[in-house]
Design a protein around this ligand. Sequence first.
Ligand code: NAP
Ligand code: MG
Length: 495
Amino acid sequence: MTYSMSPSVKQRLSQPQRLLIDGHWLLASDGNVSDVYNPSSGEVIASAASATAADTELAVAAARRSFDERTWTGLTPAQRGKILWRIGDLLEQHGDEIAELEMLDAGKAFNGARHGEIPFAADCFRYYAGWCTKIEGSTKDLSTVPNQDFHIYTRREPIGVAALIVPWNGPLVQAAWKIAPALAAGCSCVVKPATQTPLSAVRLGELMIEAGVPAGVINILLGRGSSIGQLLAEHSKVDKVSFTGSTEVGKRIIDAAKGNLKKVSLELGGKSPVIIFEDANLKEAIAGAAQAIFSHAGQVCVAGSRLYVHENVYEQVVQGIADLAKNMTVGPATESGFDMGPLISKGHLNGVFQMVKAGQEEGARVAAGGRMIEGQGGYFMEPTVLADTNHAMSVVNEEIFGPVLVAMRFNDIEEVIAMANDSQYGLAASIWTQDISKAHKTAAAIKAGILWINCHAVPDMAVPFGGYKQSGWGRENGYEALLQYTELKSVIVKL
Ligand code: NAP
Ligand code: MG
């Protein structure tokens, strides 16, 4: 069925997307805009204000003022919790429209967005709504001074102004993962979505204001990471930066944050191993491994992009995944029925294709895919399986962030653990086996922030998520993420 834009989205996209600063929706102070593309068609679908340094100053000042004047923390925790809960409700109420925006902007299939991202983002706000009333300190007994009365307690306080920098691969959910815990902790926020995908963040901003988040507490800056993102990371009035994106930019954020030693959390790249033992349920493992790499065309930070299969079942598993890949249909996210959608941009598609070519030149065997799909306007890549790869190859060591799986064989558990850990990254992994001892021993030995056994990429708001090694600092989701938007204060009282 050919897609036709809903009237509300058409109306919304007929105007430039605006910045939210101190409760006002503004164009950039110099009037600059950038184009927003639909990756399924390559067409420009909207324009977005491109914030200047002066706009960034205004947004930071608004956040600073609202925090220092206790605009948000002056509400009771229960009042803040109700507002967060309402954001979740509004997201679901407007789910069709936001899923359409996410489909147009980020190339997500409508049904996937409507029944995946929307409820997941809504649940994120509800999950942290519950935490607002449960942020607690503790009491301690003094153990060093005898025969004296002391009262000692700790307080969890909001860290202050939080800059939240979001990537394009999960524009709505990644924004929610940062905004919800930051607001629950009591922070004031400046959100910077990726230039490529501003649409759902703007709609979320409107809903947050409608839900009752006060002016200044939530600000949204659209525009280039290298200019305004960098400014936010450097800014002396920003207390915390939470960044999701590439490891390369993550390192730049650390440098930028040095000036005022603002707290930094980073969710960076990955090259996550999928380990299939001989005794696994191979039918499930083959389907699971294909899903782990081809879901959202591999543009997922926890994509299972390195496959290790026991040598006795290697040929069977690689052939099984290759057969699934060859049978997958690839096409516009705006039409239903395709198994896989586009990559985010022409530049990214070219980058992914060049990586595959380099892999072939280094000796990898193409078991499926390997080519770009041209002639549709959008940015499509075949689901690709590169077999017989090894750790000397760039395709094995570097994150590709596309639908490209590299497959290797192993002989025993020690060997596969060493191979899985031979990576600069340590974000995620999955282990496929029926043997519970083997499963847990391998899980304990893999250096990664999140492990799945007999499944991959199952998310949950309560489960901390983040990386070892160069996959990042800190955790998102769960109570742990909330803590990263707080400072801990200890108070020692002599009675
Ligand atoms: P990116 O270039 O690092 O961009 C991410 C965000 O940072 C965008 O909003 C970007 O703005 C902004 N940015 C760029 N340069 C900046 C700077 N100097 N200072 C401050 N902000 C800056 O990443 P990407 O290439 O768009 O996204 C893909 C990467 O993100 C992959 O490596 C992937 O693994 C990683 N990722 C990780 C996770 C995770 O949870 N660990 C999740 C998703 C993605 P512009 O859009 O304007 O450039
Ligand atoms: Mg980028």
